[in-house]
Design a protein around this ligand. Structure first.
Ligand code: MG
Length: 156
């Protein structure tokens, strides 16, 4: 078994879509980034790559590469799963936390889990997703960004 951890942050700005776990969430701001800036999917990808000893998403999908401009992060996740399969690993389970003051994410969690589980080729119960605030503290609390943590276990 191999364990991995991922963490990512993106800035919240006007006139961008808010996409988390491949779900577009109605909100007055969205996450800024070279790709679709899906901070949750990025944290999960980093956990998966980390567990497999494959570095991080910056190495596989550089933000200087125009190929990834506006990229659908679920497609990048699918590529990560291929890399894992090539090394003989499959996902045992992942546990992820999204930290955002607003909007309320609870209604969207099941759709995010469904997307991530589908792309990872696992059952929904193998992907646990949580959302929390940081009690109005720090950059998430003031609404200037959203961050996500993920840990995962890979099985042979
Ligand atoms: Mg990112």
């Amino acid at each position: 078994m191999r364990i991995g951890h991922g963490y990512d942050v993106h800035r919240l700005v006007p006139e961008r879509k808010l996409i988390l776990g491949g779900v577009e969430i109605p909100f007055e701001k969205g996450l800024l980034g070279h790709s679709d800036a899906d901070v949750l999917t990025h944290a999960l990808m980093d956990a998966l790559l980390g567990a497999a000893g494959l570095g991080d998403i910056g190495r596989h999908f550089p933000d200087t590469d125009p190929a990834y401009a506006g990229a659908d992060s679920l497609k990048l996740l699918a590529h990560v799963m291929e890399l894992l399969a090539q090394k003989g690993y499959r996902l045992g389970n992942a546990d992820c936390t999204v930290i955002a003051q607003r909007p309320k994410l609870a209604p969207y969690l099941p759709a995010m889990v469904e997307n991530l589980a589908r792309v990872c080729g696992v059952e929904a119960e193998q992907i646990n997703l949580k959302a929390t605030t940081e009690e109005k503290l720090g950059f998430t609390g003031e609404g200037s960004g959203i961050c996500a943590h993920a840990v995962c276990l890979l099985l042979p």
